[in-house]
Design a protein around this ligand. Structure first.
Ligand code: EPZ
Length: 442
């Protein structure tokens, strides 16, 4: 497995434009299965998870072509299969997003448990409760889920938890059901608004995304569209925290600052100067955020990682890394996943002062971090280790960075352009920096 070799202490400065959002493009790609004809996605990120999703769509009969690095053409006219092999399901969490679209298009779906970061049990009960409410029958045999639904019918559905994935799966299935679905206690993340906008561009009738009540009027068919995926707010927040830990001054472009309002208020509390511009494009495509860090960061106090519009759980680990060198004590509560403090142990091996009790981590700064050899256990935990390493003048090696390739395209290239001393190495030590995620192009 590849690793990053980081020699920190360099102040990051300059500008970076985020890629398209991983957590927006994955449900949108799943939704394309419902659409006969060629859908064109602009601002599509070059990520391992995207390539894995493309492999699933190809297996189902879609034709997929990349135009350059960020435009994807998906022709789902030839969708014939409705079964996703276990090995493909296991590669990513978003494979479960195929349930709704396959039921809508083929009236059946055969899946198994999805993969994804080991940050908790991550059940999928809410997905299938919603699909069953729409009239699908779901039976499990030998670890395979057999879903059938010849005529899905709209209905009121109340989610017991605002699950992002379940919200997206239900929206997709309901978009071609008969009648109207009222989804209550829906997740409100910006990526769900992007899915709504994509589906409506294809002729769906979805409204209310971004609020806890989403209304979906089923239509008989959807038509292809060309759509630009929203910017990745989590990638943007990660680079802002990398700038903050190095005392840097970085502008992140291609996203709407409102998508990071909770996170920006925490960074301001820590002493960072934040300037923003919403941009002119309604979906935030040309908005920007500039962060100028103080000579010494102050602790963040109490931060709770929770569903939107709270502080994003996907930036909880990067924030933990940042707080290790902030003056004072920060208490971080993780209210979304039950096992998302895995990077704490690795940060402690670099000299951080962190104590974890249940869903709370207490971080005391300012620690004098030192270099070492650590391993990423999940996508955002890997980013946290890289952020900490950027502050350490000595050498830090981060192993298992394949986790990071799932959600950060060209992480090392971006950080190097901002002034970091970072090299990507293959397991046997050969330098491979300067390449993209190393995934072969289709
Ligand atoms: C999405 O995961 C994101 N992934 C995650 O990003 C993100 O952390 C998460 O939403 C929360 O914002 C993608 O969009 C591909 P959930 P998802 O369903 O859909 C429980 C990253 O780092 N739950 O909102 O899996 C579940 O156990 C990734 O980019 C059920 O109990 O999140 C968890 O505790 C990580 N039953 C909580 O809800 C269900 O049926 C949140 O899960 C579904 C979820």
């Amino acid at each position: 497995m590849d690793s990053y070799d980081i020699r920190g202490g360099e102040r990051l400065s300059g500008e970076v434009t985020v890629s398209g959002a991983k957590n927006a493009v994955l449900p949108i790609l799943a939704a394309s299965v419902m659409i006969p004809g060629e859908t064109v996605l602009d601002n599509c990120p070059d990520l391992a998870d995207v390539h894995n999703m493309c492999e699933i769509l190809r297996h189902l009969g879609c034709e997929i072509h990349w135009e350059g690095h960020h435009r994807l053409r998906v022709d789902a006219s030839g969708v014939k299969g409705c079964s996703v092999p276990r090995k493909l399901m296991k590669r990513l969490r978003s494979s479960v997003f195929l349930a709704g679209p396959l039921l809508a298009r083929c009236h059946q779906a055969v899946l198994s448990a999805p993969g994804g970061c080991a940050i908790g049990s991550r059940p999928i009960d809410l997905h299938f409760l919603g699909l069953s409410a729409l009239g699908a029958s779901v039976t499990e045999r030998e670890g395979r889920l057999f879903c059938r639904g010849t005529r899905l019918r709209g209905t009121p559905i109340h989610l017991t938890y605002p699950s992002v994935g379940a919200t997206e799966n239900i929206i997709m299935a309901a978009s071609m059901a008969e009648g109207e679905t009222l989804l209550q206690n829906a997740a409100k993340e910006p990526e769900i608004v992007d899915l709504q906008n994509f589906l409506n561009a294809c002729g769906a009738e979805v409204s209310g995304a971004g609020t806890e009540e989403i209304r979906i009027r089923g239509v008989k068919r959807l038509h292809p569209a060309r759509y630009a995926v929203m910017g990745d707010r989590i990638e943007g927040g990660t680079y802002l925290m990398a700038a903050a830990i190095t005392g840097g001054d970085v502008t992140v472009r291609g996203l709407n600052p409102a998508w990071l309002s909770s996170e920006l208020s925490v960074l301001a509390r820590m002493g960072c100067r934040i300037e923003t511009d919403e941009g002119t494009v309604p979906d935030g495509g040309d908005g920007w955020i500039r962060l100028s860090a103080p000579p010494e960061l102050s602790a963040a106090g109490f931060v709770k990682a929770e569903p939107w519009p709270g502080f994003s759980t996907d930036l909880q680990s990067p924030l933990m890394a940042l707080c290790t060198v902030a003056k004072g004590t920060t208490v971080i509560e993780e209210a979304v996943f039950e096992n998302r403090f895995q990077c704490a142990q690795e940060l402690k091996s670099l000299g951080a002062d962190i104590s974890v009790e249940g869903q709370r981590a207490t971080v005391t700064g300012r620690a004098n971090l030192h270099g070492g050899r650590v391993a990423a256990a999940d996508l955002r935990g890997g980013a946290a280790l890289a952020i900490a390493a950027l502050e350490i003048p000595g050498e830090t090696i981060i192993e298992n960075i394949c986790h990071m390739d799932r959600g950060y395209g060209k992480f090392d290239i971006v950080l190097k352009e901002l002034g970091a001393n970072i090299e990507r190495r293959e397991t046997h030590g050969r330098k491979t920096s300067g390449e993209t995620t190393g995934i072969s192009k289709e």
